[in-house]
Design a protein around this ligand. Structure first.
Ligand code: ZN
Length: 320
């Protein structure tokens, strides 16, 4: 079976390269579920806004997104032309498998690569909810439903011009506060009526006291600043086309919709608003709607200039 895959993908690669000529591209050699990764293309023949699609080993589309051009100054800094990036992510609960990545533009599929997915290892916890919280989760009001629809409209919107952050990100709180609930934590909620529901934690909870300053993890544009039922005082910022950071349960918001913020700009103060058991900051990052572990964007320099330079410098090595 493994041999079949090797021959299969080998043929696709050969066919793609032959048909489409000299596009220089870098794609990751594997993808961790719940983590973001980037594809880079430069000096190439792929038209702007090409599409990346991750297909499961059963043939299901797990993810699909368009590329976006990187700023002209970044092209000159790294000495190439037509530098484009596309981001990849699959849901944190995706099992390990032999997935593959399709890169296509208006003319059709240009490249296909094996993209093995590695399942994440996440802790589990059981949470007993009180009556008010049980009601909020079990019988969502029309307001909760409407707010869920409107935040999804934001997550799935992609603004090709939203290119704000060209450095690695920072954490939204200073001084390394403890994490009370990590990303991917699998949660079973026990309601007061004895019913149960399971979900996973789509962000990172920092255990900070009420009133702790909360900073933007990167430069971006504020797309939501609102008091919401479940997430309380909430701020959502777009940093790259389709890449959002969320700040939930704040006691106070300091930014407005449409405002451009810089990295490390104060966006509000932490609190305990919305569906919470105590004060904390819930920080979440979404890539085309898929929650990813924001800590990895701080440590792995996604779309950081030096990272891009390193990948382009290894141009003869088209997969990393
Ligand atoms: Zn949380």
């Amino acid at each position: 079976m493994k041999r079949f895959f090797a021959v299969f993908f080998g043929c696709l690669l050969f066919w793609g390269g032959t048909l489409w000529g000299q596009s220089n591209l870098w794609v990751p050699s594997s993808l961790q579920a719940g983590q973001a990764a980037a594809v880079l293309v430069w000096n190439g023949t792929l038209s702007p806004g090409f599409r990346v699609t991750i297909i499961s080993e059963r043939g299901k589309t797990l993810y699909s997104a368009h590329s976006f051009p990187l700023p002209p100054e970044m092209n000159s800094q790294v000495g190439v032309a037509n530098l484009q990036a596309a981001l990849l992510a699959v849901d944190a609960m995706t099992p390990s498998q032999h997935a593959f990545l399709k890169v296509s533009d208006a003319r059709g599929t240009a490249y296909e690569f094996a993209l093995p997915i590695q399942a994440g290892q996440f802790p589990r916890e059981i949470l007993h909810l009180n009556r008010a919280m049980s009601n909020l989760r079990e019988k969502p009001s029309p307001v909760v439903h409407e707010q869920a629809v409107s935040i999804w409209d934001i997550y799935l919107a992609v603004h090709p011009q939203a290119i704000f952050q060209d450095q690695s990100w920072c954490l939204p709180v200073k001084g390394h506060p403890p994490i009370s609930s990590p990303f991917g934590d699998t949660r079973t909620f026990i309601y007061t009526d004895g019913n149960e529901a399971s979900t996973y934690h789509t962000g990172i909870d920092f255990a900070v006291v009420q009133g702790t300053p909360v900073w933007s993890c990167g430069a971006g544009k504020v797309l939501l600043s609102q008091n919401r039922k479940l997430t309380g005082e909430t701020v959502v910022i777009e940093h790259w086309p389709g890449v959002y950071s969320d700040y939930f349960h704040l006691s106070k918001r300091l930014v407005e919709v449409g405002q451009i913020v810089q990295q490390n700009q104060l966006v509000g103060y932490s609190g305990a608003t919305g569906l919470v058991t105590g004060p904390h900051l819930h920080w979440e990052v979404r890539v085309h709607g898929i929650p990813v572990n924001g800590e990895n964007l701080v440590h792995r320099h996604l779309l950081d200039k030096s990272w891009i330079l390193a990948k382009i410098g290894s141009a003869d090595r088209k997969r990393g």
